[in-house]
Design a protein around this ligand. Structure first.
Ligand code: ADP
Length: 255
């Protein structure tokens, strides 16, 4: 299915925590139908940037736009309603929901958790759920987790919970997708399935921002790579340029 992809524009964003300048004027764009990878050493500001775009932190200065809309003053719920979906480094999967229900819950992103469990259980939502179930099953089979649909989601190993989060993002029909180290804790086979799913999300038209430590995965998936160091963009460009950039190799890869 086509996703309502929207361009993300970050312009001159600054954020300090006390005296610590986490982002020192960061600018980048992420285009619909493309994967933009955000890489850099620990503490360089990657997660802070995702937190700003998704409305969890407020920028000290600068602009964040989704399409024409300025979003830097919106709450996370409002940002979600602008079509921005994200994952967290620690998947936050509610207890008591099956794998299938967790993916279905992606359809109701931007609504409160209490609403969500009501929505999933109320009889009058059964009809809506039939279509949701089909879509969720499709997303699950894409990550090779079709047989696990009735398993309790929180009981799954970390790697599978991460895949589940990305499947959930897909069914939320996002325009902008922010993925925070989704490959960490995944085995090789799971990384392959993850890569396939991310490609599917971007081919369907979403603007994907991928924060990722797995350099191989970045080179395989990214159309554009943005390198952060100490809260500043030190390089950006297509992967084949970045992988030969001397400063990137020394700052980021330590070679
Ligand atoms: P990365 O994701 O690249 O590892 P982060 O965005 O997590 O980097 O961190 C960038 C800097 O901002 C670090 O110095 C970190 O300690 C600081 N930082 C991030 N979030 C907070 C916070 N909530 N409170 C204080 N400092 C923070």
């Amino acid at each position: 299915p086509a996703l309502p992809g929207r361009p993300l524009e970050v312009a001159g964003v600054r954020k300090a925590f006390g005296g610590n300048q986490a982002l020192a004027g960061v600018s980048l764009t992420a285009s619909p139908g493309k994967v933009t990878a955000l890489i850099g050493p620990n503490g360089s500001g990657k997660t802070t940037l995702l937190n700003m775009v998704s409305g969890f932190y407020r920028a000290d200065s600068g602009h964040i736009r989704i399409g024409e809309r300025q979003v830097q003053r919106l709450t996370p719920h409002r940002v979600a309603r602008e079509g921005v979906a994200r994952t967290f480094q620690t998947p936050n999967i509610p207890e008591g929901l099956s794998v299938l229900e967790v993916v279905i819950s992606g359809r109701y992103a931007g609504q409160r958790a209490s609403m969500l469990s009501a929505v999933l259980r109320l009889p009058r939502f059964r009809r809506v759920r039939t279509a949701d179930v089909a879509e969720a099953e499709q997303a699950l089979s894409l990550v090779g987790m079709g047989q696990l649909r009735d398993t309790e989601a929180v009981s799954l190993p970390l790697g599978m919970r991460r895949l589940l989060e990305v499947a959930k993002v897909l069914v939320s029909r996002p325009g902008v997708v922010l993925l925070d180290e989704v490959a960490s804790g995944l085995d090789e086979d799971e990384v392959c399935r993850l890569a396939e799913l991310i490609r599917r999300i971007s081919d369907a038209g979403a603007a994907v921002v991928l924060v990722e430590h797995n350099f191989r995965l970045v080179l395989d998936l990214a159309d554009e790579v943005v390198v952060l160091a100490q809260g500043e963009v030190i390089a950006s460009g297509p992967p084949e340029v970045i992988e030969n950039d001397e400063r990137v190799l020394s700052e980021y890869l330590g070679v």
